[in-house]
Write a protein that binds this ligand. Structure first.
Ligand code: FES
Length: 125
């Protein structure tokens, strides 16, 4: 998908071109991004896994199974807020770009993104 750039702000086109719950590979201002819609929310992170560089846009948008004790029913939460890398399965939080395994040091850049007048804009600064 191409973009229209004005300064650090890039118009990615009509927001309804991004069906929710699916990974979308986007090229904006010379950088590869993963864009995901979740209802009325949108997320944008760098499209490169911090482990060995796989394209996260080839991964699965998913949720998280909370830790539980033996015999307890596992709880599935945060549907549509994480992406699983297609190569080795690391999970990244789409809201923050931080990994689940080591959120302080293993992460990717997150870009602010919002809808205005039906178009999706991402801030690249
Ligand atoms: S390249 Fe993503 S988990 Fe290994």
């Amino acid at each position: 998908m191409s973009d229209r750039t004005t300064g650090d702000r890039v118009d990615l086109g009509p927001a309804d071109r991004f069906p929710p719950g699916q990974p979308h590979a986007v090229r904006a201002a010379g950088r590869d991004l993963l864009v995901v819609a979740r209802g009325e929310e949108f997320f944008a992170i760098r499209d490169a896994c911090p482990h060995q560089g796989a394209r996260l846009s080839a991964g699965l948008v998913c949720g998280h199974v909370e830790d539980c004790l033996p015999g307890q029913e596992p709880t599935y939460t945060r549907e549509g807020e994480l992406v699983t890398c297609p190569w080795h399965g690391w999970k990244l939080d789409l809201r923050t770009g931080r990994s689940i395994i080591d959120p302080e040091t293993v992460r990717v850049k997150r870009y602010p993104i919002q809808v205005e007048k039906g178009h999706l804009f991402v801030e690249m600064s």
